[in-house]
Design a protein around this ligand. Structure first.
Ligand code: A3P
Length: 295
């Protein structure tokens, strides 16, 4: 039997002031000189904002709604995760070697750590943002099941770490704002998780237009159906169940956990909510961004 590498809970590493998963930080050197290709599309998000959902939607659009083709490999192979690295599984860059053009690429990197080529060559970006309260709840559960993260500690301490921008990938507040600002310089379709929940068909139409791949109403309906939370939860090519349990342990918390807007209400105390709102108002003062925390 293959020995199981001990990947558990390495301490995060800070790069340019941004905390990262240790293994991912080790990919940055090689990523620096990353060469983009014509037709590349970058899917960017702060973690736990609906990245996988968007990846599945985009692969379905690129495969013209062909279900069989979308079953060809797990979503993390179909849409390589640029900075991904973990012992015992192919890295994002290794996966990319076998990825045909036009490529869909995923990242959570803040702009300061993004390979320069994406900005220099004004690569098309789709960004999806989700309200901070649901992100921190989802992230807390994710830290528990994805053991490449440090131990999250208690919910109370994790919430404070998140507010202080000390979780992996740093400040949510900064991430959502800097990618919003990027719209002024290059083509960025900025979407909201809550809008996708509210009316997936409307949002998927926007995505199709942005990537200039018009599809029939019938295919659009199929994409909406196949990328519903329920269907993706049951789809082994979308639900991350194919990763070894020493990387993601779905027994602790499934990757496809709840998939709703407003779950934060089941976790925040009244006092935590008040403090969070006050801190949020300060950090987001002057921002044009407005999030819905329930539907
Ligand atoms: P919850 O933990 O709140 O359930 P990411 O892919 O960026 O890591 O985001 C994961 C979050 O998106 C999880 O949130 C997951 O359940 C949710 N999600 C994944 N696919 C979804 C879908 N098709 N519809 C709604 N939410 C989805």
């Amino acid at each position: 039997m293959e020995p199981i590498p001990d990947t558990s809970r390495p301490p995060q590493v800070v790069v340019n002031g941004i905390p990262l998963i240790k293994y991912f930080s080790e990919a940055l050197g090689e990523l620096e000189g990353f060469r983009v290709q014509p037709g590349d599309l970058l899917i960017s998000t702060y973690p736990k904002s609906g990245t996988t959902w968007l990846c599945e939607i985009l692969d379905m659009i690129y495969q013209s709604g062909d279900l069989e083709k979308c079953q060809r490999a797990p979503v993390y192979t179909r849409v390589p995760f640029l900075e991904f690295r973990a012992p015992g599984v192919p890295s994002g860059l290794e996966t990319l070697k076998d990825t045909p053009s036009p490529r869909l690429l995923k990242t959570h990197l803040p702009l300061a750590l993004l390979p320069k080529a994406f900005l220099d060559q004004k690569v098309k970006v789709i960004y999806v943002a989700r309200n901070a309260k649901d992100v921190v709840v989802s992230y807390y559960h994710f830290y528990q099941m994805a053991k490449v993260h440090p131990d999250p500690g208690t919910w109370e301490t994790f919430l404070e770490t998140f507010k202080a921008g000390q979780v992996c990938y740093g400040s949510w507040y900064r991430h959502v704002q800097e990618w919003w600002e990027l719209r002024k310089q290059q083509p960025v379709l900025y979407l909201f998780y809550e809008d996708l929940k509210e009316d997936p068909k409307r949002e998927i139409r926007k995505i199709m237009e942005f990537v200039e791949r018009p599809l029939s109403e019938e295919i659009l309906d199929r994409i909406v159906r196949e990328t519903s939370f329920k269907n993706m939860k049951e789809n082994p090519m979308a639900n991350f169940s194919s990763l070894p349990s020493y990387i993601m342990d779905h027994e602790v918390s499934p990757f496809m956990r709840k998939g709703i807007a407003g779950d934060w209400k089941n976790h925040f105390t009244v006092a935590q909510n008040e403090l969070f709102d006050a801190d949020y108002a300060e950090k987001m003062a002057g921002s044009e961004l407005h999030f819905r925390t329930e539907l």
